[in-house]
Design a protein around this ligand. Structure first.
Ligand SMILES: [Zn+2]
Length: 416
């Protein structure tokens, strides 16, 4: 079995720890560090294989520390990994001295840790009497907190690390999930969601979901105002504040982009899509000269976030050449510069179709992908794209969801 069999993610959460549990966890950190150190002392220049280090050091760690049996095994494996990476550094001509364990961490696995997903709690084995402490996970209030998506019962907790930092305990919770069958290789009726990217709407889907950039643009102007004042000031501390403001702005933009990415993936799943299609990002700066919030950087992030989140649910993500997607009529295919009387409005000269310009473009992105699919030798079996009320195929045009068996009816699922 390849290691690719699983998708792996890490969620970092703070723990709420009582004074009594704090003492037990500190003792565990101390015992863990001693255990790892004992294993390294025994195995250094002798072996680096997990099982070899384990049989060499296990008894001594049990004798000289209060670690339980499973934590003792994990400590020998930790030491083996560290010795191995020292060896490979040396093989690459770099220096590597014998590891010393000073940082306040402890490793956990599924035998020493249990995650109670509904209670948002975790229980951790401690050294000494080898009992467990049970702590609350301090998850962000925000429903979009990325950690919550791994507590849905589909992800399985796996190797994790407890960290003590500045008076707080953090758990780097490892999760894994079997990689979903992906890329619709066997289906000929694959469906895609088309997405148009823009300045006033960050993203618009072919199912007519709009993700407004209003808040981003508003916050951007506020940051600009603060920046302007600081630049006039020109002092060294103003320069430092300027950097902090820039960092806060980037954090805010990323936060917004994460929730847009979640929304796009949710939309694709809701409409039973197999993949999500964007326009190619290269040159987006010239296509969107008015984007105020670092357009290129932001759209690259958005694409990455969508790719990452889509992979976890078995959807593919791809791009198409954006040529004419804003000038082409999604209904009749007529292409003209003058099809667009204003930035927001699309109105076809040929057939009179009138629609939101970004929505028209989202349909065109999806349609362009289908046309490319027809000509491609490496086909994904995609033949349709999703609209709000039905799907469009290159061959037979629009078909409402009600009339097809294999396509989910979003209206029915959302009301039921
Ligand atoms: Zn038209």
């Amino acid at each position: 079995m390849s290691s690719d069999e699983y998708l792996r993610r890490t969620a970092i959460t703070r723990l709420s720890v009582t004074t009594e549990d704090e003492r037990l966890l500190r003792d565990t950190v101390d015992a863990w560090r001693r255990g790892c150190q004992i294993a390294v002392e025994k195995a250094w220049n002798r072996c680096h294989d997990k099982s070899a280090v384990q049989s060499l050091a296990y008894d001594e760690i049990r004798d000289r520390t209060t670690l339980g049996s499973q934590h003792t095994i994990l400590a020998t494996h930790q030491a083996a990994e560290n010795i191995r990476s020292c060896r490979s550094r040396r093989e690459n001509g770099r220096k590597a001295s014998k590891p010393t364990y000073t940082s306040p961490t402890v490793r956990y696995d599924s035998r020493t840790m249990t995650v109670f997903e509904e209670d948002e709690q975790v229980s951790l084995t401690v050294a000494g009497d080898h009992s467990r402490v049970r702590c609350d996970l301090v998850l962000p209030e925000d429903e979009d907190g990325y950690q919550r998506q791994y507590l849905d019962g589909e992800w399985e907790p796996t190797e994790s690390t407890l960290h003590y930092r500045n008076g707080d305990w953090f758990l780097h919770l490892g999760f894994r999930k079997r990689r979903p069958e992906t890329e619709g290789e066997t289906t000929e009726n694959g469906t895609v969601l088309g997405v148009d990217l823009g300045v006033e709407q960050i993203a618009v889907t072919s199912t007519a979901r709009f993700f407004s950039a209003g808040e981003l643009n508003h916050r951007r102007r506020e940051f600009e105002r603060v920046r302007g004042g600081l630049q006039k000031c020109g002092s060294r501390s103003a320069h430092r504040t300027l950097e902090t403001v820039g960092g806060r702005e980037d954090e805010f933009v990323k936060h917004v982009l994460h929730s847009v990415a979640n929304g796009i993936v949710a939309e694709a799943r809701r409409f039973g899509c197999d993949g999500i299609v964007f326009e190619e990002l290269s040159g987006i700066r010239t296509r969107l000269p008015n984007a105020a919030w670092h357009a290129e950087w932001a759209f690259e992030r958005l694409y990455e976030y969508v790719e990452y989140k889509a992979e976890a649910v078995g959807l593919f993500v791809d791009t198409v050449d954006p040529r004419n997607t804003s000038r082409r009529c999604a209904e009749c295919g007529h292409v003209a510069e003058t099809n667009r009387p204003s930035r927001e409005t699309f109105e076809c000269e040929a057939c009179g179709n009138r629609n939101h310009a970004d929505y028209n473009a989202a349909k065109n992105v999806a349609a362009a992908y289908l046309r490319r699919e027809q000509q491609s030798s490496r086909r994904r079996g995609v033949s349709r794209y999703a609209l709000k009320s039905g799907a469009v195929s290159e061959r037979s045009g629009f078909a409402p969801y009600e009339s097809t068996d294999e396509s989910p009816n979003p209206a029915a699922t959302s009301s039921g």
